[in-house]
Design a binder for this molecule. Sequence first.
Ligand code: AMP
Ligand code: ZN
Length: 467
Amino acid sequence: MKLYNTLTKKVEPFVPNQDIEVKMYTCGPTVYNYAHIGNLRTYIFEDVLEKSLNYLGYKVKRVMNITDVGHMESDDGSGEDKMIKGAKREGKSVFEIADFYTKAFLEDLTKLNIKKPDIIRKATDHIADYIEIIKVLLEKEYAYIANGNVYFDVTKMPDYYQLSGMNESDLIVGAREEVEEDKDKRHPFDFGLWFTKSKYANQILQWDSPWGKGYPGWHIECSAIAIKMLGDKLDIHCGGVDNIFPHHTNEIAQAEAYLGHKWCNYWLHGEHLNDLTGKMSKSKGEFLTLNLLQEKGYNPLVYRFFVLQSHYRRQLIFTYDSLNTATIAYNKLKSRISNLEINEDEELQTALINKYKEQFINCIEDDLNTANALTVLFNLLKDEELNNRSKLWLIDDFDKIFSLDLTKNKEEVDSDLIKYVEQKIAERKIARQKGDYELADKIRDELEEKKIILMDTNNTTKWRMEE
Ligand code: AMP
Ligand code: ZN
């Protein structure tokens, strides 16, 4: 297995610390709102990584956190706590918000066939662990107290800039716009480990600590949870590229200062999904959630398919046009597979199977090249020498990583689309009865864009997918 390591900026052979055991930590969501489909792209990439390692014979133990405290609007620690902002927005308590959006997040994972990480931990359940680490950091003088808050001193870590690959002055220029100067910090990149003097004195989430009643910074939670659940050596740590600086940079600094040795060998980052306006946002423009896609008739697995068609380290632009194209390709693929009938006398063709399996493994081992792995799938479907039994065997085998329900009943998988089209047909019927032909035509056009063709008969409307 070869993987691109952000730490070394190279594609490297993957060698775990302990034989075939892989300890993997993936940063989880901040549960103040729904995940947008960009966030979900990162979770799909991490799912593919975990399943690929398992497919190749490794044993992965994966941990994810749920951030329900401490993540400020800006990753440098300035701004308001996202959870409190979410609670105010909805007139609910932070606990209700956390509970609701954690459930919504887990539902999104299920819809996208993302395996739930083995261990999921809430940040608020680990306060004692943060306090323990912060105490040691103060003892070792990697941390200092200023105006009641505890900060990490980044100047004590000579390799602080390694992960980002940037130097101090470039990072300062890059960060300047967002940084709201905290006068208590000695260096602009020092970060809060524990806050007692927050700008928001009415911060609901507060705990006792040796430094006074307060709350933890965001960065400390991931390192502490990872160390607690996976021990003091980690094989893989993942997130989206926005996590490289400052979040993961700070995680490395505090974890290695605390442990006194190298912590994690491989840092993997998924590139962003953007929309046509640029950065995907939860507050500006259309808030693209998986639920929204479903309301518009898209199968969540089509979104997964769309994501797998590109490499995780490439930026991807989301448009409805490309999702429509993915829908057609996915439906064609599914119907080709559902037409594969096995003859009783067909036997598994081991030599051919091994050939395709080897090609598939080569793609996966090549830094998770899912796009090429899908090409192997399309090629085997066209292969006239390969019998249907062998084809189906291979498709099921590859689907352990793709997780696209390739051999599952088509109707079952398409139920969102069917519901959506039926709803639109009903809306169109009402519009026509009211004489609102403009709206009726608009609905027909909207469906046609998705390659759904309506056929009006005497008193009913039938539909079909354009080939
Ligand atoms: P958050 O809930 O903001 O902490 O983000 C959850 C995960 O989504 C993190 O791993 C981020 O790095 C990742 N992420 C944020 N924005 C995007 C995006 N536009 N595309 C892909 N991943 C993203
Ligand atoms: Zn994290």
